[in-house]
Design a protein around this ligand. Structure first.
Ligand code: ATP
Length: 370
């Protein structure tokens, strides 16, 4: 549904200096983000961080305390939900229990006063997109959880809006169904081609569906980018600690000139690529190394504490996880370290308390200034 004032070249969503307070409580501090038309965008973060508040503010269910929201180039600050190019997908249990699938999906169009023929045409299209054409005469209680969720999606698609807002759309489903539906959501978005904005606290779900992911925590949009960049090259230490399994090391910059920075972590002098970071001597920083990038090997007691790309620690135990095994160790200052490897059948771990060397490649250690 494009309106006269819609600008087709503008981003689907442009949020500028958005703040939302509930009384004294600051739910969103100062959010800036731009989402392209046709993009699958995920808001990811811990519970209470502000994801739902942001989504509902985009949809017009909350009034911003400060800032602007432009949807397809149009400032929507004054518009109620039904006048915006957005539609919200609710969870499966919000279906009308006494109506069939067809009636549930067509309900919004009937309320809007469309002709019977037009409704039938649109409902057929929507049900085809979500793969529910055989279930048109069933009532919600005759459907599985995943099928009910598809009816919800069809109800949203049929309204023909440009932006779909999905708040934890898979939360009610069990783990296996969640995985299947995740890929289906992604494919559905590719088919219908409209902008999807999806809230979740589940990292795997976010990475499965997203073109780009924004990390939201404590009312801040911490960082956003493509899934693989967020995972492989997080800028902020929060991102590194929330996405994937990272070893987080606190240290102080010992030397900041030259191509690599030297960071003192509990007495070990670690080398870190400078990239485009700006740090000064003595500055407190955090280093992150993903667990699958750390190797753990037996060391002899007299081994040097570090060669710049490794540290000596003490082996604790191994946890067999099927596909992978996590080797746990700790550094002299007590910091826990995890080395995660593809599980082999003949792994004999060191004995608890044995000295081990934890090492990594130069490209696998990242420095965060905040
Ligand atoms: P979740 O994943 O748990 O839904 P979220 O990231 O979506 O979390 P929000 O629902 O946006 O977080 O809530 C952000 C913060 O704002 C929370 O601390 C919440 O308690 C608070 N909050 C939300 N709605 C209101 C309200 N109507 N009045 C007061 N505080 C609210």
């Amino acid at each position: 549904g494009t309106t006269d004032m819609t600008d087709n070249k503008a981003p689907a969503v442009e949020v500028r200096n958005l703040a939302k307070h509930y009384g004294d409580f600051v739910a969103l501090k100062n959010v800036n983000v731009s989402i392209a038309a046709g993009e699958y965008f995920v808001l990811l973060g811990p519970s209470g961080g502000g994801k739902t508040t942001l989504l509902r503010t985009l949809g017009g269910f909350h009034k911003p305390t400060r800032g602007e929201i432009l949807l397809h180039g149009r400032n929507v600050g004054h518009l109620p939900p039904d006048k915006r190019p957005t539609t919200m997908v609710f969870q499966a249990y919000a279906l009308f229990p006494h109506m069939t699938v067809t009636q549930n999906v067509g309900y919004g169009l009937k309320v809007a006063g469309l002709s019977k023929a037009r409704i039938a045409e649109k409902v057929d299209y929507a049900l085809e997109q979500v793969g529910l054409t055989q279930f048109t005469h069933r009532k919600p209680h005759e459907l599985s959880g995943g099928q009910q969720q598809r009816v919800q999606l069809a109800r949203a698609i049929v309204l023909d809006r440009d932006i779909l807002l999905l708040d934890e759309p898979l939360a009610a489903l069990d783990a296996q169904l969640r995985k299947d539906m995740c890929l289906e959501l992604k494919h559905l978005q590719e088919k219908v081609g409209i902008t999807f904005i999806h809230v979740t606290h589940n990292q795997e779900e976010a990475m499965t569906v997203a073109d780009r992911i924004a990390l939201i925590a404590n009312g801040d949009l911490v960082e956003y980018g493509r899934a693989r960049d967020i995972y492989r090259a997080p800028q902020k230490s929060f991102t590194a600690s929330f996405v994937g399994e990272n070893n987080m090391l606190k240290g102080k910059v010992a030397q900041s000139n030259g191509a690599s920075i030297v960071v003192d972590v509990a007495g070990a002098m670690l080398q870190v690529d400078k990239r485009d970071l700006d740090v000064s001597d003595g500055q407190e920083v955090t280093l992150s190394i993903r667990s699958e990038c750390v190797s753990l090997d037996r060391a002899n007691g007299s081994a040097a504490a570090s060669d710049g790309l490794s540290m000596i620690g003490t082996y604790d135990e191994s946890v067999y996880l099927g596909l992978t095994t996590s080797h746990l160790a700790h550094l002299p200052d007590g910091t826990e370290m995890v080395s995660r490897v593809i599980a082999g059948s003949d792994d004999t771990p060191p004995e608890a308390g044995a000295p081990v060397r934890l090492s990594w490649k130069p490209s696998d250690i990242r420095l965060h200034v905040e």
